[in-house]
Each structure stands twice: as structure tokens, then as C-alpha cells.
Design a protein around this ligand. Structure first.
Ligand SMILES: Cc1cc2nc3c(=O)[nH]c(=O)nc-3n(C[C@H](O)[C@H](O)[C@H](O)COP(=O)(O)OP(=O)(O)OC[C@H]3O[C@@H](n4cnc5c(N)ncnc54)[C@H](O)[C@@H]3O)c2cc1C
Length: 235
């Protein structure tokens, strides 16, 4: 039952940034799926059933009633969603799958660039809601401060959850941005400075292949075995 493909109504379509939109796909009445925080769904439009794309859930398994995905304008599906998807439209949804799951008994060090931060919102939402004492550190690289997705929510979660830290580094901040935080790319020093107990740390990286492979290299440099690194490659 929980594994059937269902048509879902777009309940809300929220522009997070000029090129990034969150869709809230409402579950049909009586639908109460079991799934895990960190999984992804696959969606397609009724008029193009052959054209399917995967999106990580940016909502957690504790957020009931709808799936949320956060999509960047890129390629055919990304552009159609960001520029055209609106409340009232319908999309088909293939149920959540995937193994990019938070291991809440470890320190989670989550490495993200751009839209790759979306599943980490789900990780932090679940840990905060459950009042877990899991340490979660998100290391997030964007070009400029205006490119930070979910900035307000992450800052609020940081206040609510003393075990969560949101560290942003800007690679192309301009003087007029008045950015006082870290600048430059994510590098091994940056990652290392947030690791206090390597054997009890799990690293996560999500997003375009190049970023994920780069993160894998950094974690390898730190001497962590492969089992302590979980990746979600978007292609
Ligand atoms: C598990 C998983 C989770 C994912 N989660 C997310 C997520 O949460 N958010 C998100 O935004 N994406 C996510 N993705 C990526 C997503 O599935 C799509 O790959 C993405 O939206 C682009 O799909 P598309 O059909 O729009 O692009 P396509 O049209 O298939 O294009 C793919 C790429 O090729 C480029 N391209 C297309 N045509 C040309 C051309 N003629 N010349 C040069 N370049 C071209 C496009 O710009 C794009 O970068 C995820 C992927 C996976 C596998």
C-alpha cells in the first residue's frame, strides 16, 4: 500500500531563492506512508510520464501530511518546477527510498554546497523535534550570503537545538554583502576543525557528483574509513 505510485496535489510552492523552490506534495486522504528521514522521492508530471527525476526530501519523516522537496532551476525538470509549478498542479510521486539516513547515535558532520543542503534540513528537523542529544554540524558552502537556502530556519533550529551548528562559508562574497563569516571553499582544515571524536563521527555529503567526490577526498584525508562516509550523488 505504502509503495504505490500516487498522484499528489501541490499544496504550496515556495520560492526559497530566485532559482530554488520548495514543493509541498500533499498526501491523498488516508495516506500515511512509512519512510525515513533522508530518503528521496521520484516525481513526474502527468503529461510526461516517461520523464522522471529524483528529489531528496527536505521534510523529515516526522512531518506528516505531505512530502517536501526543494528543487534548483537546472535542466528540464528543474526549470519546469521552479518556473512553472504552482499550487493546485498535480504530480505523480514514486514513494521514498534511499540509504542516506542519519545515524543519530553519532556526531553527524554534513557537508553541502548549494542545493545539496536540502536533506540536512530534514536531519536537523527530526533531531530537534525528538530532542535528541545528537551533535549535528552542517558545513555549507555557497557563493554569496543571498544563496543560503533555509537560512532563517537553520538559524532558528540552531537556537532551539544546542547540539546543532550551522557553519556557512562564502566562496564569492562581495564587499557589499558585509559578510563577516568564513570565506573560501570547504577544505580539510575547515572540516577537521569540527571533528572532535573521529571514531564516533559520520560524514555526509550530498549534491552534484563533483562536490560529493571532493568531500569524499577530504574525509579520506582525515583518515576516516569508508563506512563513516555516506553520500548521495545527484549526477
Ligand atoms: C537521489 C537524488 C536526489 C536528488 N535531490 C535533488 C534535490 O533535492 N534538489 C535538486 O534540485 N535536485 C536533486 N537531484 C537532481 C535531480 O534529480 C535532477 O537531476 C535535476 O533536477 C536536473 O534534472 P533535469 O531533468 O531538470 O535536468 P536535465 O534536463 O536532465 O539536465 C541535466 C543537466 O544537464 C544540463 N543540460 C541539459 N541540456 C543541456 C545541453 N543541451 N547542453 C549542456 N547542458 C545541458 C542541465 O543544465 C543539467 O545540469 C537529485 C538527484 C538524485 C539522484
Amino acid at each position: 500500500m505504502a509503495k504505490e505510485i500516487l498522484e499528489m496535489l501541490i499544496e504550496t510552492a515556495t520560492l526559497e531563492l530566485p532559482d530554488t523552490k520548495t514543493l509541498r506534495l500533499k498526501w491523498p486522504d488516508g495516506h500515511n506512508p512509512e519512510f525515513k528521514t533522508g530518503q528521496f522521492i521520484t516525481v513526474y508530471w502527468p503529461d510526461t510520464p516517461g520523464y522522471k527525476r529524483a528529489y531528496s526530501l527536505s521534510s523529515s519523516a516526522l512531518d506528516r501530511g505531505a512530502y517536501e522537496v526543494t528543487v534548483k532551476r537546472d535542466g528540464k525538470m528543474g526549470t519546469r518546477i521552479v518556473d512553472w509549478a504552482k499550487p493546485g498542479d498535480k504530480m505523480f510521486v514514486i514513494p521514498p527510498v534511499g540509504k542516506f539516513l542519519p545515524q543519530f547515535d553519532k556526531h553527524l558532520v554534513c557537508i553541502a554546497g548549494g542545493s545539496g543542503v536540502t536533506p540536512f534540513r530534514a536531519f536537523v528537523r527530526e533531531a530537534t523535534r525528538r530532542k535528541l542529544d545528537t551533535k549535528i554540524t552542517v558545513l555549507y558552502s555557497v557563493r554569496q550570503p543571498k544563496d543560503i537556502i533555509f537560512n532563517t530556519e537553520f538559524r532558528e533550529l540552531e537556537k532551539e537545538n544546542p547540539n546543532f551548528k550551522f557553519h556557512v562559508t562564502c566562496t564569492r562574497a562581495l564587499p557589499e554583502d558585509n559578510w563577516t563569516g568564513r570565506t573560501g571553499r570547504i577544505d580539510s582544515f575547515f572540516v577537521k576543525s569540527h571533528v572532535t571524536d573521529l571514531p564516533n563521527t559520520v560524514f555526509y555529503a550530498c549534491g552534484p557528483n563533483a562536490l560529493v567526490e571532493f568531500a569524499e577526498g577530504l574525509v579520506f584525508e582525515l583518515g576516516a574509513p569508508k563506512e563513516q562516509m555516506k553520500t548521495e550523488k545527484w549526477g
